[in-house]
Write a protein that binds this ligand. Structure first.
Ligand SMILES: Cc1ncc(C[n+]2csc(CCOP(=O)(O)OP(=O)(O)O)c2C)c(N)n1
Ligand SMILES: CC(=O)[C@@H](O)[C@H](O)COP(=O)(O)O
Ligand SMILES: [Mg+2]
Length: 629
């Protein structure tokens, strides 16, 4: 006889609490089966969620969420939490437009508090929540679940410094699986390992009564030194041990850390044995394609792999090039470089601010560091780019992967603010390659620039087919035949070139000659670009960045200051938090596809009485993204 569908009866934590302890292993098994079945189709963070099945069950049995506040650091491991708070039936919509977010989402549930997927923020939220609950007289618990990787982030230690001193009740659940993507690096990881080994070797786990009950190990415990009660190490897959440990923490009179030891990918051999990253992120199952008999499309190369391949070639030629990663060696494309030059790859943990200023130190002694991070994560290190690198005019090259719309990871992952932030750094040069050929070319140009910071940015996914140039003007590539009296200039940044060239072809059919130019180095604006702008009536810029403070904004200001009569219309992403969605869909919605360019050009020309639609009809107006600013 098959086991009852326990998961199907969970509408919220009360139903989890109502289950007898004997039923919990079956519930955990059903959750695991659902995770594997669904996430292997939708894609997502399978490994991290398999690692917190028992922990999440125990948390929702011991604490009374949502009155007690439970905060998930990074939030990528919150699928089980969602299943136990009434959303198990919607797990199949994970990471799709209109479906469940892959991170906590306040619109989905009062149980979800922090939507930001940037690591190392949960303890700061917890400090604020605990202070706020105290100030408003609410005697509730605050619980922060933080991974050992997230604990390598600077913000986490700023929070520990405050929480440990305040003597306020905060429960910190340290989910220690020894890994970020790779094995977690640094002295903290070594310390946590020592605590685990000490507890394993020390059979006397006596507890002293006045704190929350501690392993009475011999190793000095940094967390206890900072003023925290310490419970653990606890087997994070033993429901009974978890229950006992969390109840001790629940009853503690001050801040307490529950050191939970889990394994990423637990219970699923392909994940447990995955050498790369224990299936930290799995891709969606490929969509079936119709059998057409046509030859399969040529395999495309990922932007990340093009970068990684070219950096190895450069590394062979230049001993001064060193690479830095913030716990994302493989996702950021540094795997091959690290294998070839292990002593020239620096993994600082999830510590982008440290990575940037460490790079400044490396550059100060004559090296040329390459800091490879996702665009969205560089935001937290802006001050370090501006003051520790920019102010000192140091030759550091930033390679920003996942720049622009990423898609399934939602609003805190779209890399859409880097251009806006970085255009404010004096002396910084920024490039956006339009294809793999230009990525290789521009990476070399960036590494040849020694008088200040340089930046390359490219999106998630595969590089498009090469977009050849027709002519080079200074450092600009003109991508269409130079036409006399072309009314319209399309200035495309990076992979928007593919859209711009296709739009120019369509405009030509409509009797509107257009020139397409790819600046390659989009910041600062060059005299050659301004000269081209001055030769045209209408300029449309296309960029996969927020319109505010982007390329189009800079070009508009430059044209205005030069007294040009040219109208500049920036096309880009609205200054807004874009939802989960497919990259192409989101770009289309922002007018960054061929139809969007056509509408913008024809509407502008028609309004300017330069052009009337062939059908003489009204031009449909695009929603103006700027109106959302
Ligand atoms: C600031 C920042 N940098 C990088 C990332 C990418 N990232 C997502 S999860 C992860 C590893 C997290 O490790 P840990 O906190 O130990 O959680 P686990 O996956 O092991 O459960 C990283 C580096 C991020 N989300 N935020
Ligand atoms: C949670 C997190 O920040 C990363 O794991 C992110 O999901 C990676 O995204 P990619 O899948 O684009 O590498
Ligand atoms: Mg971890």
């Amino acid at each position: 006889m098959s086991a009852p569908d326990l998961l199907g009866r969970i509408a919220g934590p009360a139903d989890v609490k109502a289950l007898p302890p004997a039923a919990l292993p079956e519930l955990a098994a059903q959750i695991r089966r659902r995770l594997i079945d669904v996430v292997s189709r939708t894609g997502g963070h399978l490994g991290p969620n398999l690692g917190v099945v028992e922990l999440t069950i125990a948390l929702h049995r011991v604490f009374d969420a949502p009155r007690d506040r439970i905060v998930w650091d990074t939030g990528h491991q919150s699928y089980v939490h969602k299943m136990l708070t009434g959303r198990a039936d919607r797990l199949g919509t994970l990471r799709t437009a209109g479906g469940l977010s892959g991170y906590p989402c306040r619109a989905e549930s009062p149980h979800d508090l922090v939507e930001n997927s940037h690591a190392s923020t949960a303890l700061s939220y917890a400090d604020g929540l605990a202070r706020g609950l105290e100030l408003t007289g609410q005697r509730r618990h605050t619980v922060a679940v933080v991974g050992d990787g997230a604990l390598t982030g600077g913000m986490a230690w700023e929070a520990l410094n405050n929480i440990g001193a305040a003597r306020r009740r905060v429960v910190i659940v340290l989910n220690d699986n020894g890994r970020s993507y790779d094995e977690t690096v640094g002295a903290l990881h070594a310390h946590l390992t020592a605590l685990r080994q000490d507890a394993a070797g020390n059979t006397d786990h006596s507890t002293d009564g006045n704190t929350a009950g501690d392993a009475d190990g011999s190793a000095p415990n940094l967390l206890r030194i900072l003023g925290f009660g310490y419970v653990g190490p606890v087997d994070g897959h033993d429901l009974r041990a978890l229950d006992t440990a969390l109840r001790r923490a629940h009853d503690a009179h001050g801040p307490v850390v529950v050191h939970v030891v889990t394994s990423k990918g637990n219970g699923y051999a392909p994940a447990e044995q995955d050498p790369a990253d224990r299936m930290h992120t799995v891709s969606p199952a490929p969509k079936p394609t119709a059998v057409t008999g046509d030859p399969p499309p040529a395999p495309k190369q990922a932007w990340t792999d093009v970068f990684g391949d070219e950096l190895v070639a450069i590394g062979e030629e230049r001993a001064d090039v060193v690479a830095l990663t913030a716990a994302m060696r493989l996702p950021a494309g540094l795997g091959a470089f690290g294998d070839r030059f292990p002593h020239r790859l620096v993994d600082v943990g999830i510590a982008e601010q440290h990575a940037v200023t460490c790079a400044a130190g490396l550059a100060s002694v004559g090296l040329h560091p390459v800091v490879a991070v996702y665009s969205t994560f560089l935001g937290r290190a802006f001050d370090q780019v501006l003051m520790d690198v920019g102010l000192h005019r140091l030759p550091v090259t930033f390679v920003l992967d996942r720049a622009g719309v990423t898609g399934p990871d939602g609003p805190s992952h779209h890399g859409m603010w880097d251009v806006s932030l970085l255009q404010g750094v004096p002396g910084l040069r920024l490039a956006a390659p339009r294809d793999a050929v230009r990525l290789r070319e521009l990476l070399r140009e960036a590494l040849a620039h020694e008088s200040g910071p340089t930046v390359l940015r490219y999106p998630k996914g595969s590089a498009p087919a090469p977009v050849p140039l027709h002519s080079r003007v200074g450092s600009l590539d003109v991508l269409t035949p130079r036409r006399l009296h072309s009314q319209v200039l399309l200035v495309s940044s990076g992979p928007m070139a593919t859209v711009a060239v296709a739009a120019a072809a369509r405009l030509a059919e409509l009797g509107v000659p257009a020139t397409v130019v790819d600046p390659r180095w989009t910041h600062p604006i060059t005299a050659d670009l301004m000269s081209l702008v001055s030769e045209h009536d209408l300029v449309i810029t296309l960029e996969d960045n927020a319109i505010g403070g982007g390329l189009g904004a800079a070009l508009s200001v430059a044209a205005h200051r030069a007294g040009l009569g040219t109208r500049v219309i920036p096309l880009g992403l609205p200054v807004d938090f874009l939802p989960v969605g497919e990259r192409d869909e989101l770009l289309r919605a922002c007018g960054l596809d061929v139809e969007g360019v056509l509408h913008t050009v024809t509407d502008a020309l028609w309004r300017g009485a330069h052009w009337s639609a062939p059908d003489g009809g009204e031009r449909p107006l695009l929603p103006d993204p700027l109106l959302q600013m």
